[in-house]
Design a protein around this ligand. Structure first.
Ligand SMILES: [Zn+2]
Length: 124
């Protein structure tokens, strides 16, 4: 996984937290930017106003080969929104399955999404 903030891969586990529901969330600390986050704050949908369902459909379109701009047009979003969703999801995909029960299978393939994002962005 990568950092929620700086996309660094220098992530270390930083304790766990037990929620009221009894679920245990793994905490993480980024050695790249020093920020801490956990599976809750790292939920891809945490700061997105679009529904998980809509994002899921958009990401499915992307995984089917639709380009970022085309996906943005189809869903009435800006290309930067699509890119943001992909960044969030590629970093946290293993925790993201809005339509599946906890522990269920995830339908998107993170590596594939991440690779396509990289290919579609201009070199830094
Ligand atoms: Zn970081």
């Amino acid at each position: 996984m990568t950092c929620l903030y700086c996309v660094s891969e220098a992530i270390v586990k930083n304790g766990t937290k037990t929620l009221k529901t009894g679920q245990v969330r793994q905490g993480y600390k980024c050695n790249g930017c020093g920020r801490r986050f956990n599976e809750v704050s790292g939920t891809p949908m945490a700061r997105l106003r679009t529904s998980a369902e809509e994002i899921g459909r958009a990401m499915t379109s992307r995984s089917e080969g639709l380009g970022i701009r085309a996906t943005a047009r189809v869903f009435g979003k800006s290309p930067s929104s699509i890119t943001l969703w992909e960044e969030r999801l590629s970093a946290h995909l293993e925790n993201w399955s809005p339509s599946a029960p906890a522990g269920g299978s995830v339908t998107l393939e993170g590596d594939e999404v991440y690779t396509r994002v990289s290919e579609n962005l201009s070199p830094q």
